[in-house]
Design a protein around this ligand. Sequence first.
Ligand code: Z5A
Length: 214
Amino acid sequence: MTSLSTQPHFITLEGGEGAGKTTVLNALRDALQRNGLEVVTTREPGGTPLAEQIRGLLLDPSHEPPSPETELLLMFAARAQHVRETILPALQRGAWVLCDRFTDSSYAYQGGGRRLDIAFIAELERRVVGIRPGLTLLLDVGVHKGRERARGRDTSPDRIERERDEFFEQVRAAYLARAQAEPDRMRVVDASASAEEVAARAVALLQQYLRSVA
Ligand code: Z5A
């Protein structure tokens, strides 16, 4: 694999902590199913038994922190497995795939947050992943507000959730820069409103997208 193909039936959700991806994912799944479509929902890192084990390694705060390079390569190792075992087989049989995070997360967290070389991430994306989503919804919320929401839910934050606000500001800036560079694929949803309102905005963007690919 050395190039990237856009998969129109592949939709991803992105955003910082507490952006509300879970609620939106459920609303998008329901909307697709109401249109009579088969939907596979999945997440990253994870989405296969092996990739879920890699997720455990990545988020466990009890061992020594991985170097940024280790973190990046583990994200891509999990993704390589996920694409081949879950995403491509589903797309090939005609299902729609809704994924909570994908390669944009690596650009935002490992590129923006950890300051790793974007060209290296792009090379991994081409060689290891080979696909990109037709539509990505970026749920954008201020770092403080998002972290407050996540704190309300988490009893024990994972390793990445323990980072400083400054890290998450860099992640947010990287996401917004990507959305600005690819406005057709990546649509920004203001996620500071109520969960119902955010889900309704996301579903409206999905309906618009479905009309455009019909
Ligand atoms: N990561 C990476 O670094 N590189 C990569 O390539 C990939 C991932 C793929 C695990 O992801 C970590 O891996 C993640 C990025 C990194 N680390 N961080 N941070 P994850 O998706 O499993 O973890 P997460 O982003 O921390 O998930 P999250 O905090 O659960 O975000 P969310 O799914 O968007 O939030 P939520 O569970 O839907 O909502 C959080 C709480 O807020 C919950 O109590 C909701 O009821 C509440 N909520 C949600 N929406 C609202 C609104 N609109 N108003 C009020 N309250 C709300």
